[in-house]
Every structure is written in structure tokens, then in C-alpha cells.
Design a protein around this ligand. Structure first.
Ligand code: PHE
Length: 464
């Protein structure tokens, strides 16, 4: 098994594939909102510090576990310690639950791309368009299927011809698009009915100038927890993906440097997404910062209205949604790879057959979250739809638990040396001391804070 295992052709392929996983919907629909809400530059500085410490530690751990064991997440933990196979089961369960609903959202993105490309942007900007689309019968399932075929097709092509090649094409295009839209957004200017002139550059200030007004200790903790939660989701850690990709990383490729490159890529795209979205929303939504929402409402409701008010919805809307589509595709590909590699490694199954079986299973599991807006709209829990529930179970509960168990596993069961040894094969491991302190003491505390705050937020006890 081991000799035949796939491997990325080289460092660039690995970094672009892993960055493709990290750069996803979270960068586009959550980072800009959090940065604008949490004091602009203040949030960005905290996020950067966390990326270089907390993010670095979790990402290094996942990639090192993958490269050391040469296993997908399901069997990686048990290979290191027989009694900890259940952590592998948990970290394989996360992608299995995320893939169906992430691809369902990917289907919505395809729909919006087609709508803008065919010049129907004004329809998309109308009130209730989004709700009536996701509650419709057939189209969300068809779009989901189209998106899903693109994902599964890439996995069928294999690690090199599928994942690596597609990342090498998609990621450079994605960078060019995000830079182009960000520049465009910064040059925007709108004349409101009340005679006020609002510019994109004023919106830039909201994003980058640290706003310390009224900063209390409580608010600071809130910003910190927001940044930790965002970083955690954005780096695709604690969901088996980086273990799977790490298992394809050649031993001579500098693991420590690669982790730095992935973080740089992910953070740069998140900030560029902020530059692309915050100035545009500011200039075209009456200068009201609260217009900048997050999640699907930002992407599918607010932004189409902004594109419409700019008067060039067809061009800017199509370019924007193709960008989102590419980001969602590379992330979904990585989620599916975590599942497929796990099953192949655990059961010794043939890759193509596994992909087809996992594909059919995930497709079927993707139908309930779609129907949750239609015939099953009564199936809610505390106001959460089926899709929200799957999102909550994975992001808010399972991922932090997985990350916590992984820290405990590395720090107190197999010992940090096993990670040191793996990193040292290819790198000087300059941040080794930092890594040790983070994984033993700081990261577990951070993760518990994320877990508690996301549960309280979901229960409506606190509001972020
Ligand atoms: N990191 C991706 C993002 O920011 C999210 C993701 C989630 C990717 C789950 C893979 C799996 O959107």
C-alpha cells in the first residue's frame, strides 16, 4: 500500500492544493464581515498574530501527522497509537457531514453565476429572489448535482491529474480575480439621493484602520474569539483534510515553510476579499456599516443589490460569482479527498470505486439540506434549518472537539517529539519552541473558548 501511495508532484502543487482548500466561502463571506465589525485593523492584527502562532500550530500538526503516517485521517491516528483510532473516526466524520451541504451551497453559487452571466442580475437583486430560489423544487438539486459532478470528477482524475493540476490552474485565476475586483471596489464612488458622495476608499478605512473606540476587556475577548474561530475554520484544520493532503507531501518538501505559505495565501485572500466587499457595500448601501452582513445573506442578497446599484451587474456579478465558484470548488475537492483517502486506506478499496460510492452517498446526503428549505421546512431545531444544523454540528461542535483531542493526543499521548521528528526531516523547525508551548498550553484553552462561544452563540445566549 505504502509504496504505491500517491504523492504531489512537488511543493507548488501541495501548497496550491492546500491553499485551495483553505480559501473558501469563509474567506469571502465571513472574514470581511468580522473585520469590519471587530474594529478593522484591530481584528486584522489579532488575526495575523493568531495565524502565525495558533494557526501555525494546528496546521503543522495536521500536515505532519499526514506525512508521517501516510494515511488518510480515518487511520492516521490509530497508526500512531492504537487506542486513539476514534479521533480518526471523528475527523473523518466532519468532512462526511460538511461535503453534502457545502456542495449544496456550491450549487447556489452556480445558479447565481448563470443568472448574472445571462444578464438577469436585476432579477437576482430583487427582494425575496434568494428565498424563492432556495425554496424552489428542482433547480437547487440540479445545480447541486452539476457542482458535485465537477468535484467528484476532479477526485476521479486522481491526486496529480485531478487535485494538483486543477489547483495549479484555479488558484492563479482566483488571485487575479480577487485583486482585480478589490482594485475596482476601491475606486468606486456613489452619489446618494441625499446628495452625499461615498467612496470605496472611505470603506477601506473601516476595514484597515484600527478602531479602538469603546474597546473594553469584554469586547477585546469577543474580537479574540471571533478571530480564533474564523482562523480555525479558514485553515481547514481539524477536519482531516490537511492530514489527507499531508499524506501526499513528499518527504523532502519543506513542511514548515509550506505551512507558512498556506497561511500567507489564505490570509492574503481573506484580506483581499475584505478589500473587495467592504468598500463596495459601504459605498452602495448608504454608508451604513450594518448593511454588511455575513454568510448567505451577504453573498446572495446584499451583494447582488450592490452590483445592481453600480449599474454593471452583468460583468461584475459574473466575475464575482466565478471567483466564489472557484474558491468553493477547490475547498469541496479537498473535503471529498479526505473522505476518499480515508476509505481507501482503511479498507484497501479501489480509488475510483470508492469515489463513486462516496459520491453517491454524499449526493444523497446533500438532498435533505436542500429539501430543508422546501418540503421539509418544518424540520427545524431552535430555528435552524437542516443545513444550519449540519453546519452547527460540524463547525461549532465536532471540529473544536477534534482539534482539542488532537492537541491532547500530540502533547500528552504520543509526545511533541513525534511531530518534531517529522518536521525536521525537511525543515529547521525554527518555531519549535513556540509550537510546543502552543500545543501543550495555549491552543487547548483557545479551542475550549471557541467551543463554548459557538455553543452560546447558537443557543442565542450571546451574539457575535
Ligand atoms: N476553509 C474553507 C473556507 O474558509 C472552508 C472549508 C470548510 C474548507 C470545510 C474545507 C472544508 O471556506
Amino acid at each position: 500500500m505504502e509504496e504505491k501511495r500517491n504523492s504531489f508532484g512537488g511543493t507548488i502543487g501541495f501548497v496550491l492544493a492546500a491553499a485551495g482548500s483553505a480559501v473558501g466561502l469563509g474567506n469571502i463571506w465571513r472574514f470581511p464581515y468580522l473585520a469590519a465589525k471587530d474594529g478593522g485593523g484591530l481584528f486584522i492584527v489579532i488575526y495575523l498574530i493568531l495565524a502565525l502562532t495558533f494557526g501555525f500550530t494546528l496546521l503543522t500538526t495536521d500536515v505532519a501527522i499526514g506525512r508521517k503516517t501516510k494515511q488518510g485521517p480515518l487511520t492516521a491516528y490509530s497508526k500512531l497509537h492504537k487506542g486513539f483510532g476514534y479521533v480518526g473516526v471523528l475527523s473523518c466524520l466532519v468532512p462526511m457531514l460538511i461535503l453534502p451541504y457545502y456542495c449544496a451551497i456550491g450549487g447556489w453559487v452556480i445558479k447565481y453565476f448563470i443568472v448574472f452571466l445571462t444578464g438577469q442580475g436585476n432579477a437576482a437583486a430583487a427582494d425575496n429572489y434568494f428565498t424563492s430560489y432556495i425554496t424552489s423544487d428542482i433547480s437547487p438539486i440540479i445545480m447541486f448535482l452539476v457542482f458535485f459532478i465537477l468535484v467528484a470528477g476532479t477526485i476521479l482524475l486522481g491526486v496529480n491529474k485531478g487535485i494538483e493540476k486543477s489547483s495549479k490552474v484555479i488558484m492563479p485565476i482566483l488571485i487575479i480575480l480577487v485583486i482585480a475586483i478589490a482594485i475596482f471596489s476601491l475606486t468606486l464612488k456613489s452619489n446618494a439621493d441625499d446628495g452625499a458622495v461615498r467612496t470605496g476608499l472611505e470603506g477601506l478605512k473601516i476595514l484597515v484602520v484600527p478602531d479602538l473606540k469603546g474597546l473594553t476587556f469584554g469586547k477585546f475577548v469577543n474580537v479574540l474569539v471571533d478571530a480564533m474561530g474564523q482562523l480555525f475554520f479558514s485553515l481547514s484544520v481539524a477536519m482531516g483534510i490537511m492530514i489527507a493532503y499531508g499524506s501526499y507531501l513528499p518527504k523532502d518538501s519543506d513542511l514548515e515553510k509550506n505551512v507558512g505559505r498556506i497561511e500567507l495565501f489564505d490570509t492574503a485572500i481573506a484580506i483581499l476579499a475584505g478589500l473587495m466587499i467592504v468598500p463596495a457595500v459601504f459605498a452602495f448601501s448608504g454608508g451604513d456599516q450594518s448593511a454588511l452582513g455575513k454568510g448567505p445573506s451577504l453573498m446572495f442578497v446584499t451583494l447582488p443589490k450592490v452590483f445592481e446599484s453600480m449599474g454593471m451587474a452583468t460583468v461584475i456579478g459574473s466575475v464575482f460569482f466565478i471567483l466564489v465558484l472557484l474558491a468553493a470548488l477547490t475547498s469541496s475537492i479537498s473535503i471529498m479527498e479526505a473522505i476518499v483517502s480515508s476509505l481507501c486506506d482503511r479498507f484497501g478499496w479501489d480509488r475510483n470505486k470508492t469515489t463513486i460510492c462516496a459520491g453517491i452517498g454524499s449526493f444523497l446526503f446533500g438532498i435533505p439540506p436542500i429539501l430543508g428549505y422546501n418540503v421539509w421546512d418544518k424540520a427545524t431545531l431552535g430555528g435552524m434549518t437542516i443545513l444550519d444544523m449540519m453546519d452547527f454540528a460540524t463547525n461549532s461542535i465536532l471540529m473544536p472537539i477534534c482539534a482539542l483531542l488532537t492537541c491532547i493526543f500530540v502533547a500528552y499521548v504520543i509526545g511533541v517529539n513525534s511531530i518534531h521528528d517529522e518536521v525536521r526531516i525537511s525543515s529547521a523547525f525554527k518555531r519549535q519552541k513556540l509550537f510546543d508551548i502552543m500545543i501543550k498550553y495555549v491552543a487547548p484553552v483557545f479551542i475550549v473558548a471557541i467551543l463554548i462561544s459557538s455553543i452560546l452563540e447558537a443557543l442565542g445566549i450571546i451574539k457575535f
